[in-house]
Design a protein around this ligand. Structure first.
Ligand SMILES: [Zn+2]
Length: 252
């Protein structure tokens, strides 16, 4: 019994060493990106708050801006609705709705106009069958399964690899994680394109956004929103590199 406990203890120490020390470059990369991600999230939230306090000179609400942009793009079958929560704004291609959080839907601010126009940018992508959005939508069901898989295969896989030298479960986890990572990179062109459609429309509509300053602020808010997607993709990649290094650098 004592031998068994000692052996288990030894294996645990060895596992902790392998997880956090041996592959420390991958581990440090993951920590570094987590820190950058925290700073970017904080920066985006503070920018959003700042521009939420800037009243839009045209006096239009997020809902008004969204409806105008949709109609200007010849879209009449998409509904603009309000959803609960903060920063929960999104476009739902399944039921063709632009979902705006209460802070955006009712607010008559620069931030609300920018976010509303960005979400309509996704509706325009959908209407025009923009290829990256089509690819992203195709990946959604696969990625849902993959992200559920990663929740348990990675942890169980690491345990099995160290205690039984069986890499099978961890390999499944790494493949699932690779799909999740791919998805987060496919999201990037979709997000950047929605923002550039939004800014182009706002720039051409003096009756919505009247000053250069308002336009610059909208651009800044959407830039930081896009950065949150960039760090999310990098973070997924760093996590993938970490687990892949555990899988491929194992010593049986
Ligand atoms: Zn978006």
């Amino acid at each position: 019994m004592e031998y068994f406990l000692n052996a288990t203890f030894y294996k645990l120490i060895k596992m902790i060493h392998l997880l956090f020390i041996s592959y420390n470059s991958a581990w440090l990369l993951m920590i570094a990106i987590a820190l950058i991600s925290f700073v970017v999230q904080w920066r985006f939230k503070s920018k959003f708050k700042q521009y939420s306090e800037m009243p839009l000179l045209s006096g239009l609400s997020g809902k008004d801006v969204a409806e105008r942009m949709l109609h200007d793009n010849g879209i009449y079958d998409v509904e603009v609705i309000s959803v609960e929560g903060q920063l929960t704004d999104h476009y739902n291609p399944a039921d063709k709705t632009v979902n705006l959080s209460p802070d955006v839907y009712h607010s008559r601010s620069v931030a609300a106009a920018a976010v509303a126009a960005h979400e309509c940018g996704h509706a325009v992508q959908h209407a025009k069958a923009y290829s990256w959005l089509t690819l992203r939508s195709t990946l959604v069901p696969v990625v849902n399964v993959a992200s559920t898989l990663t929740q348990w295969t990675l942890m169980i896989g690491v345990m099995l690899l160290f205690f039984t030298h069986n890499p099978f479960v961890l390999a499944i986890g790494v493949v699932a994680l690779a799909l999740v990572t791919l998805f987060s990179f496919v999201t990037l062109p979709v997000e950047f394109d929605a923002s550039s459609r939004a800014l182009a429309w706002l720039n051409n509509n003096y009756n919505v956004m009247q000053t250069r300053e308002e336009h610059e602020q909208a651009k800044d808010a959407l830039w930081w929103a896009a950065m949150t997607y960039v760090v999310a993709a990098l973070s997924a990649l760093a996590t993938l590199v970490y687990y892949a290094s555990l899988l491929f650098n194992r010593r049986d």
